[in-house]
Ligand binder design. Structure first.
Ligand SMILES: Cc1cc2nc3c(=O)[nH]c(=O)nc-3n(C[C@H](O)[C@H](O)[C@H](O)COP(=O)(O)OP(=O)(O)OC[C@H]3O[C@@H](n4cnc5c(N)ncnc54)[C@H](O)[C@@H]3O)c2cc1C
Length: 440
């Protein structure tokens, strides 16, 4: 697509009359918004913003339009379903073989198996779909959206500052350095966000005391044909069926085990899987990828806005991969940003106020992050987790409640509300009484 070089002079002049200081610096912008990173968050934001009349440059450092994130287990939580729907991607995903992300979770009290209530609505679902399919699909959708210029091979290497705010980016491209000016720069460039670093946005990092390895297999059937997660306190594992008959298996042991694990990576990986309760039949499966992993993957939270800048996806918040929630939040944060800033980014409002509104909405993820940070200490379940997980393994409605939380459709406060804690206590009391009566 062609680039509208400095085509916005007239619009910008009007903005100057209509808006505050945030609009006054826009006299020479090339685009309304420049986005760094054309993966899930960046591509989604580009599509959604452009549909609202915002002119977007979507910069991606990689040149291959089919590039994708390899280090992922490809399970997208149900909170992202409305976004995928809004993007118009659901039919294409289903055609590409995406599977509903139904799953069951092993605990020492048995399996938690969320199911729809008899006669009740279907449980909300997301999708399991490999990033090799999803990433090119959403990027192509962005490229064909009027108002989006996808600029591949463009790596953001610097920021333009004017009057105390960010007013654009410098990018290295195959043709040399290039400057792009915009009202708003969006960092959708992942956990090591160049935009966040260059803008000096404050961040907090938290240790993750588990490491992870994953591999793809064929001919690896799973119980019920659905995803399985093992809470082994403190180790974790999961297996997700994906498109095209591929099953992704991941193990996330306590870091104390890393030196021994690495001595024989393949042997350790296979032994770990063989030892799982109701282990998938790994010895008769075919491994179709390398075993890849991350041995140091800290969690990170950044302040998601600064004057002229917003962060979305992993750039704003990198969670613990073990919860499989980063893709969902990458997509959701793209919609939150769009809803907050689209009019102002197009020149019709106060951009700073709009950014503040986005930051408030994004702030809701901090409660989730606090729980994840604590769980990343590779500790056994704490008393509240013991109460809720044990009761959810015994009670269908609590299993559904856990499903809503794992789908990030409810936050920690609703997940652990007093009525749920009381119900879990009652379920466990009844269970103990029944067990005692049986043994008597
Ligand atoms: C082992 C592992 C397993 C995971 N499993 C799951 C899972 O099952 N489910 C789930 O929801 N999440 C999972 N995640 C997390 C998920 O992968 C991320 O949350 C998600 O990819 C974030 O998307 P994003 O668009 O914010 O960033 P990314 O997907 O990281 O994309 C960033 C993009 O920015 C580009 N870029 C970077 N720097 C620049 C620059 N300077 N200029 C231009 N472009 C740039 C990159 O090339 C890339 O395209 C997992 C993560 C790990 C590590």
């Amino acid at each position: 697509m062609t680039k509208p070089e400095s085509a916005a002079q007239d619009d910008a002049a009007q903005d100057d009359a209509a808006h505050g200081d945030a609009g006054r610096e826009d006299a020479a912008h090339d685009y309304d918004v420049v986005i760094s990173g054309a993966s899930l968050a960046g591509s989604a934001a580009a599509i959604l913003l452009a549909r609202r009349g915002v002119r977007v440059a979507l910069l991606e450092r990689r040149s291959d339009p089919a590039a994708y994130k390899v280090l992922c287990t490809h399970s997208i939580t149900a909170n992202a379903h409305p976004v995928l729907d809004e993007l118009g991607l659901v039919p294409a995903l289903e055609k590409a073989g995406a599977l509903h992300n139904d799953a069951r979770w092993y605990t020492r009290w048995g399996w938690i198996e969320p199911r729809a209530a008899a006669g009740g609505p279907e449980l909300p679902y997301g999708y399991n779909i490999r990033r090799s399919v999803l990433d090119p699909l959403i990027r192509a959708r962005a490229a064909e959206t009027p108002g989006v210029d996808l600029l591949l091979g463009h790596q953001v290497t610097g920021l333009i500052r004017e009057a105390g705010r960010i007013a654009g980016v410098r990018a290295s491209t195959p043709q040399g350095e290039r400057e792009l000016r915009a009202r708003l720069v969006v960092g959708a460039d992942g956990k090591d966000s160049a935009v966040a670093e260059l803008a000096g946005m404050p961040s907090r990092q938290f240790e993750n005391t588990r490491f992870g390895y994953l591999a793809h297999f064929r001919d690896l059937p799973l119980h019920g044909g659905i995803g399985q997660t093992w809470f082994l306190e403190p180790d974790m594992a999961y297996a997700f069926p994906n498109d095209d008959g591929v099953t992704v298996l991941a193990v996330l042991p306590d870091k104390k085990r890393l030196p021994a694990f690495r001595e024989d990576l393949e042997g350790s990986f296979l032994d770990f899987v063989r030892a799982l309760p109701e282990a998938p039949p790994i010895d008769s499966a075919e491994r179709v990828s390398k075993i890849i992993g991350a041995v140091n993957y800290p969690l990170r939270s950044r302040k998601p806005t600064a004057p002229g800048v917003a962060l979305i996806g992993d750039a704003a918040l990198t969670g613990d991969p073990l919860w499989g929630v980063g893709c969902g939040w990458a997509l959701e944060s793209a919609t939150w940003l769009t809803e907050a800033v689209a009019p102002a980014a197009a020149g019709g409002g106060d951009l700073d106020k709009a950014l503040a509104a986005y930051a408030r909405r994004h702030g809701r993820l901090q409660g989730h992050q606090r729980l994840a940070v604590d769980f990343a200490k590779a500790r056994p379940f704490n008393p509240v987790e013991r109460l809720i997980f044990s009761a959810a393994a015994r009670d269908e409605s609590l299993a559904r409640h856990m499903h809503l939380f794992q789908s990030r459709l409810i936050g920690p406060l609703r997940f652990l509300n007093p009525a749920i804690v009381a119900k879990a206590a009652l379920v466990n009391l009844k269970h103990r009484r029944t067990a005692a009566a049986r043994s008597a």
